[in-house]
Design a protein around this ligand. Structure first.
Ligand code: ADP
Ligand code: MG
Length: 699
């Protein structure tokens, strides 16, 4: 069997050096194997050829059979375009090209019969097709095509006539040239267990489906394989770490923990908190390094769980550190925790970017000497100047602001890696968590402290906002506080800032009897903090702000969150903002204000927000609406989302199956040394080379 990854695409009939260059540069295809793994992004029914009389301008992509006449170039320079008429025995339509005007004219001859493929639209009352795909019938292989794959192509590819159809033809040539069956990439036993078809059958049918059921099976096989190897890789690293990297053993629950629990804690832990604390204790006493992700909705009490874990570390004679993404959040953690542990005699300090040099010079030696038991801070904690005597536990709050590389840097602060607890209030859908954090164990706090009333969310049109102010005033009279949030997006910064300032003025006019704060990202940190502080202390009763308050202050007395231009916020952002209220015992409200005109997508987002408070449901929906690439944390996490065929928003079940089977295999053969797993090893190596998956090793 020839090695397809060694067959240069350039020597394929119809390619040559120029096209080969375009293929390599545009879609990273340079070998036979590469092109076989360039899958269609969708399929269309090409079994039908329409008559021109039958079509209108509202149809999806269709096929016609006919001839071209009357090329004409219109316009000059950048507005230059090419038109022609396309006709059959029932009528004619217009064709139009905005690019490659000259080469098109030379390429497609008049008077020859073509199969046209394109999307008809109305223009000035006529039907027209822009940039149609044209094929002569004799080259229109695979006559009764039926379901046909469509391939993504770029502008540069199109100008080299590498349209979707042309790509497909190259693939057909490759497939015709492979006489034997394509070599299998999954072991036999796994193919049987997962009930998937062979790679040979899958690759042929993904490009040229023989039927829709054959296509479905091909998709399943290829998705499974992709997700399986991803999981196998992730889980293998985890297993490896479990075996090789030891962890400090925190055997004791001692004085600090017990005194805190019996004296300082004024409420009962929720069931979920207790369960998670048990999970963490078990991890930290297992002799292995803990790498745990703690997910829980805003206000679910993660900080407390973190503190209890920290106390266990201190009880065992270790130092701990808590890292937050912003200065405000770090400061707030510092204040809350200092209060909580009051009287226990624990040395807690704060280190942020604005810690004075003098203070630093006092602080750092104490940290190094082990005198400081808990150091709370921001990114400043990972600077090289910070070193510990015996760091036993690192807690990272709001994971999505920290990349994998930063986590790795914290590890290196010790000879022995400290236990790591990552907390996130952005619930991550299961499928994504498995893929992103396959190497982390996950704990979930899925229960709010008792007495919390779920926030009520309402949608109000901007024009109807008058009524709103009466209700807001009622809340203010009862002593509550109010947030009003405006969008501030970098691209339209000036406008947004203007809106915010206007909003600030309007608010002051509407509520002259109350003091109003304003905070935005363009303010100096000192001013911003001072203003936040005024609101936290209750001096100001209304906070007009941009999303800077998203991860930030905890004001249990705030009961109303008004979000202006709610259509401009993403789902998880809205959910995060809403989490700023509902932290006290009172009924809280979240008001989403929009204009009347809303896109389908926005309507959906608003509906979800008013229907549910469940962060996981929201995260799932967000993933569906936006796709995984846009979800917070995926970009910073350093993981390329270059899945070829699997779709994390839709293929949760395939992913679960892949994970289950990968786990089973690793349980039985952790190092993949058994002969039947030789292929798995080989394939992983190959994928690692190809996909540059080096990040697996550092997380
Ligand atoms: P998170 O970090 O998950 O957003 P926090 O830890 O900040 O949540 O907790 C939110 C508020 O709820 C805090 O004021 C905290 O003291 C309080 N809280 C936490 N756990 C409980 C509990 N079991 N019972 C009552 N109040 C709790
Ligand atoms: Mg928190």
């Amino acid at each position: 069997m020839q090695d397809l990854s060694l067959q240069d695409i350039m020597y394929l009939p119809g390619v040559g050096p120029q096209k080969a260059d375009v293929l390599r540069k545009e879609i990273n295809v340079s070998t036979w194997e590469d092109i076989l793994y360039y899958f269609p992004y969708k399929y269309i029914d090409r079994s039908k050829i329409f008559k021109i009389r039958e079509i209108d301008g509202n149809m999806p992509y269709i096929q016609l059979k006919g001839k071209i006449y009357g090329y004409a170039t219109l316009g000059e320079g950048r507005k230059k375009r090419l038109t022609a008429t396309f006709y059959d025995d029932t009528g004619d339509i217009d064709l139009i090209w905005f690019q490659h005007v000259k080469s098109i004219q030379n390429h497609y001859k008049q008077g020859i019969e073509y199969i046209l493929f394109g999307k008809p639209t109305y223009f000035n009352g006529n039907i027209q097709v822009a940039h149609p795909e044209l094929e002569t019938e004799d080259r229109f292989f695979n006559g009764e095509v039926g379901i046909q794959g469509q391939y993504n192509t770029t502008e540069r590819m199109k100008s080299a006539f590498l349209y979707s159809r042309a790509l497909q033809k190259l693939i057909v040539i490759v497939l015709e040239n492979i006489k034997e069956k394509l070599p299998e990439t999954l072991p036999d036993y796994l193919i049987r267990k997962a009930h998937v078809i062979s790679l040979d059958e899958a690759l042929r049918n993904i490009h040229l489906p023989l039927s829709s059921s054959a296509l479905r099976q091909a998709q399943f096989r290829l998705k499974f394989e992709e997700l399986f190897y991803l999981q196998l890789q992730l889980l293998r690293v985890t297993k490896y770490r479990e075996k090789r990297i030891g962890g400090f053993r925190f055997t004791r629950v001692g004085d600090y923990f017990n005194r805190f629990y019996s004296q300082n804690l004024s409420f009962e832990l929720t069931g979920a908190q207790k369960r998670v604390v048990r999970e963490i204790r078990r991890d930290m006493n297992s002799g292995r390094q803990m790498n745990r992700l703690l997910q829980g909705d805003v206000g679910s009490g993660k900080t407390l769980v973190a503190l209890l874990s920290i106390l266990i570390a201190i009880d065992n004679g270790f130092q701990a550190t808590l890292m937050a993404p912003t200065e405000i959040l770090a400061t707030q953690h510092f204040e809350t925790i200092s209060q909580l542990v009051d009287g226990l005699g624990i040395e807690v300090r704060l280190l942020t970017g604005s810690t004075r040099k003098k203070e630093r010079e006092r602080l750092l030696p104490d940290v190094q000497a082990g005198k400081i038991q808990l150091l709370i801070g921001t990114h400043a904690l990972i600077e090289d100047t910070v070193s510990f005597d015996n760091l036993g536990l690192v807690v990272i709050d709001e994971q999505h602001r920290f990349g994998v590389a930063q986590r790795a840097k914290l590890w290196k602060k010790n000879k022995f890696p400290p236990h790591i607890l990552v907390m996130t209030a952005t619930p991550i859908p299961r499928t994504l968590a498995m893929t992103l954090y396959g190497d982390l164990d996950v704990s979930v706090i899925d229960e709010l402290p008792p007495g919390r009333k779920p926030v009520r969310t309402l949608h109000i049109y901007s024009a109807k906002r008058k009524n709103l102010y009466a209700s807001v005033r009622r809340q203010l009279r009862e002593g509550r506080q109010v947030y009003i949030v405006y969008p501030l997006i970098e691209e339209s910064e000036a406008m947004d800032l203007k809106n915010l300032l206007e909003g600030f003025e309007t608010t002051k006019n509407i509520f002259p009897e109350y003091k109003v704060s304003m905070v935005h990202g363009k303010m100096k940190p000192v001013e911003k903090d001072a203003e936040m502080q005024r609101f936290v202390s209750g001096e100001t009763r209304i906070m007009v702000a941009t999303t800077v308050i998203e991860v930030g202050i905890n004001v249990p007395n705030a009961s109303v969150m008004i979000i202006e231009n709610a259509e401009r916020f993403g789902l998880s952002q809205l959910h995060q903002l809403r989490g700023r209220v509902g932290r006290g015992a009172d009924q809280s409200f979240c008001i989403l204000i929009t204009e009347y005109e809303l896109s389908e997508n926005t309507r959906r987002r608003i509906a979800i927000m008013t229907e549910t408070n469940d962060g996981f449901v929201i995260a799932e929906e967000d993933l569906k609406l936006r796709g995984p690439g846009d979800i917070d944390g995926t970009q910073q996490s350093g993981i390329a989302f270059n899945l070829r065929i699997a779709d994390l928003t839709k293929d949760g079940q395939v992913l679960s199956l892949a994970r289950e089977l990968a786990l089973e295999i690793l349980e039985d053969d952790p190092l993949l040394q058994k002969p039947e797993n030789g292929l798995l090893n080989k394939q992983l190596e190959k994928l690692n080379r190809q996909r540059n998956m080096g990040w697996f090793m550092i997380s």
